[in-house]
Design a protein around this ligand. Structure first.
Ligand SMILES: C[S@@+](CC[C@H](N)C(=O)[O-])C[C@H]1O[C@@H](n2cnc3c(N)ncnc32)[C@H](O)[C@@H]1O
Length: 280
């Protein structure tokens, strides 16, 4: 089978499986199998696939047909300029979270702070991006899942950042001591209903414990806001990525916790998705 034929049959197959972006997925998967850039596919349209390449392509396309996320098949994702390994141990970092990193970078206005904390680090995406961007000298990256932390550590090692990021296995602040210039978290915040309505890629393949929180998605966000009070330096801030329609409750709760100032910022689709709070 030639590249052009493989591409056509992949696109048709993915479309039949109701995959949202059949052409993109087909091109990225074929480029992965052929170990080439996506663009190179079009320069090698007539190239014959070897038996081994065909076999690998067949296996991966069946998995994609079952709606396993493309990033798990490609085993990596680009996040704010870093290449991160991802697999079923961790949530796939999202563009919304890149936007959160960008907004933190903007908020720091070029200052390099001493110490940041990333709660629920998953693949390590936020901690790695902020450290690589030079936003802070040191970061502590926490997750309750030892499997996720193993992967996050590998990602930090790949990006030469293990000297600057310390990984801690802890349920939120349980094993965290000290104070931080900022605390960032993208915690589980989906409601059970939102999770049940999600695409199979999310519902079937990503770790549910990374996505869903009790109390209408608010339990972990509230816990983080409450406990962060003890771990911020004067002038420091906590910022969390949130679900939709959670900011009114979070604002009231933050004031109850003792925060003096809060702010909500929007994602690229103009929805309130990032909740910020300061003690002074
Ligand atoms: C939405 S994912 C975010 C992953 C990563 N920070 C990102 O933005 O791609 C939430 C993460 O929080 C972790 N988590 C869930 N409950 C936790 C808890 N009680 N303490 C620490 N981490 C927790 C999950 O294991 C998961 O890695």
């Amino acid at each position: 089978m030639r590249v052009c034929e493989a591409l056509k049959s992949l696109v048709d197959f993915f479309a039949r499986k109701s995959i949202e972006t059949p052409k993109t997925d087909a091109e990225l998967l074929l480029a992965f199998v052929l170990k080439c850039k996506r663009l190179d596919l079009f320069l090698n349209y007539e190239r014959e696939l070897s038996k081994n390449e065909l076999e690998l392509l067949r296996r991966l396309s069946v998995r994609r047909g079952h709606r396993e996320p493309l990033q798990y098949l490609l085993e990596s994702v680009d996040f704010f300029g870093q290449t991160l390994k991802v697999d079923a141990r961790v949530l796939i970092p999202r563009p919304e979270t890149e936007e959160l990193v960008y907004q933190i970078q903007q908020r720091l206005q070029g200052r390099v702070v001493q110490k940041g904390l990333d709660l629920g680090t998953g693949s390590g995406a936020i901690a790695i991006a902020l450290t690589a961007l030079g936003c802070c000298k040191q970061m502590v990256a926490v997750d309750v899942s030892p499997e996720a932390l193993d992967l996050a550590y590998d990602n930090a090692a790949e990006n030469n950042l293990t000297e600057r990021i310390r990984f801690v296995c802890s349920s939120w602040f349980e094993k965290v001591s000290g104070t931080f210039d900022f605390i960032v978290s993208n915690p589980p915040y989906l409601t059970e209903k939102e999770f049940q309505e999600a695409q199979p890629e999310v519902r079937v393949f990503e770790p549910k414990s990374a996505l869903v929180a009790a109390e209408d998605g608010l339990k972990d966000l509230k816990q983080i806001l409450k406990d962060a009070v003890e771990h911020l330096i004067p002038g420091g801030f906590v910022v969390c990525e949130t679900g939709l329609n959670q900011h009114k409750i979070l604002k009231e709760y933050a004031f109850q916790c003792g925060y003096k100032r809060v702010n909500s910022t929007q994602d690229l689709t103009h929805r309130e998705r990032y909740f910020w709070a300061w003690l002074n």
